[in-house]
Structures are given as structure tokens and as C-alpha cells.
Write a protein that binds this ligand. Structure first.
Ligand code: BTN
Length: 237
């Protein structure tokens, strides 16, 4: 495994409820990482369960105490997505980022990111499909092994990923423009007509990229606005 960022630590657990939950419940320091072979209650966004075959995927969470104001912590999703996309590129893949927090490969979901806050910090949880080969069709998921048959050691991928998470997570305040640019270059939604849910209800439009605040630039009849909070983004063709 690559050298860890200064002060960071990694714990490997055979079985936990959820790596995010462990970091939320246990006293944690900046850079504490928990990796699990198996999660009994892995969770995704919007309260959905997150399933993965034990040992075949990289499921982990990082606890951070960002120096940026708490209002900016949601930007950690973009920082983590960019860190993962860059890591995959180093491994020879061509991933895309499906705003706000999925990483895709070949038109399918390869990884999901769940950022949560606890009493005294932020938790970035990531589930990355490495060697899994069997997904229900409805999940529209993929893994690195399904892409090209190669099998990856979790330690190796994690070792490349953590320094990038460290680096980009420091830039969610000063330096955020670089994150926006990196995500924008890789955004799989750009140019697509999408339907999505916002706090104000369902809406539809054509994606023009990522805005300066990290939101989705949506063109509705020639009027472009930046949507910061949106979910369930579906391409409607
Ligand atoms: C999503 O796409 O909905 C986000 C999925 C996040 C899953 C990861 S797996 C490690 C960490 N622990 C959890 O319980 N969830 C995240």
C-alpha cells in the first residue's frame, strides 16, 4: 500500500454494520479510515441499502475534520468523486462522474459515494465495485473485473486513492474551482436531457455542465440555472 497521508490510519474490519456508522459512533480522528470485508447494514443515498459481495469490492469510509465551513462539506462528494476518477485513470480506465456522487464506467455505475456529517466531522463513505461479477440487471452496475477481466487488490487501489481524497478534500473552499473543472471534464451528464428531483419538485432539462458552486447547470428552454440540491438524476434521452 502507498504511504498514507500524515496522521491518517487504516483499520480493516471483517464485519461491521456500516463503515459510515462506525465512524459516526466511534471516537475518530481526522484521517481515520475503516475498511470492511462485509457490511451488514451498508447504506446508500436516500436511505437505500448498499449491497456488495463480501471481499469483492472496496467498501470504506474516511473521517475528516475539514477546515472549511460546515456549509461547504457537501462539496466533499465532488472531491471524493474526482479523487476516485483520477485514481481509476491511473489504473488505465476511462471513468465518468455522474453528478453529484456516482462514478460510472462504460455507461454503468461503478461506485457510489455517501457523505454524511457527525457531531464533530464529515464522513466520506465509498463503495467501489472491484472484482464482483454478478449484478442484478436492474442495478445497472459494473465492476473493474467486468470491464476488462483484471482483478485488483483492495489495498493497492485504496493506497492510491487516499492521498487523492486528502488532497481534493482540502480544496472544497479555496481551490474549489479546480474540483469543479475536474468534475466538469468528466461529467457523463453534459449534453444529456435529464429528469431530476429538486427540493421544489421534479424538473427536466438539458445539462450544460457543472457551475461554479458545484451544482448542475440545467438548461430549461434556453434559461440555464445552477441546481445545487438535486437527486435521482435520470437521463431521459
Ligand atoms: C450511493 O450510491 O447511494 C452511495 C453508496 C455508498 C456506499 C458506501 S459503502 C461504504 C460506506 N458505508 C456505507 O454504509 N455506505 C458507504
Amino acid at each position: 500500500m502507498n504511504e498514507l497521508p500524515a496522521g491518517w490510519s487504516v483499520e480493516w474490519r471483517e464485519e461491521v454494520d456500516s463503515t459510515n456508522e462506525r465512524l459516526r459512533k466511534e471516537p475518530s480522528h481526522h484521517g481515520r479510515v475503516i475498511v470492511a470485508d462485509r457490511q451488514l447494514a451498508g447504506r446508500g443515498r436516500r436511505g437505500a441499502p448498499w449491497h456488495s459481495v463480501p471481499g469483492e469490492s472496496l467498501t470504506f469510509s474516511v473521517f475528516l475534520k475539514p477546515s472549511a465551513p460546515i456549509a461547504l462539506w457537501p462539496r466533499l462528494s465532488l472531491a471524493a468523486g474526482l479523487a476516485l476518477a483520477e485514481t481509476l485513470e491511473r489504473l488505465g480506465y476511462a471513468p465518468g462522474i455522474k453528478w453529484p456522487n456516482d462514478v460510472w464506467l462504460g455507461g454503468r455505475k461503478l461506485a457510489g459515494i455517501l457523505v454524511e456529517s457527525s457531531d464533530d466531522g464529515a464522513i466520506i463513505g465509498m463503495g467501489l465495485n472491484l472484482n464482483d461479477r454478478d449484478f442484478p440487471d436492474a442495478l445497472e452496475a459494473t465492476s473493474l473485473a467486468l470491464e476488462d477481466g483484471r482483478e485488483w487488490e483492495r489495498e493497492e487501489v485504496l493506497g492510491m486513492l487516499l492521498p487523492r481524497i486528502d488532497g481534493w478534500s482540502r480544496r472544497i473552499d479555496g481551490g474549489f474551482a479546480e474540483i469543479v473543472s475536474g468534475v466538469g471534464q468528466r461529467c457523463v451528464l453534459t449534453g444529456e436531457r435529464v429528469r431530476l428531483r429538486t427540493p421544489a419538485g421534479e424538473t427536466e432539462g438539458v445539462v450544460r455542465g457543472i457551475g461554479g458552486s458545484g451544482g448542475l447547470l440545467l438548461d430549461r428552454g434556453g434559461e440555464v440555472s445552477e441546481l445545487i440540491q438535486a437527486d435521482e438524476v435520470r437521463v431521459v434521452g
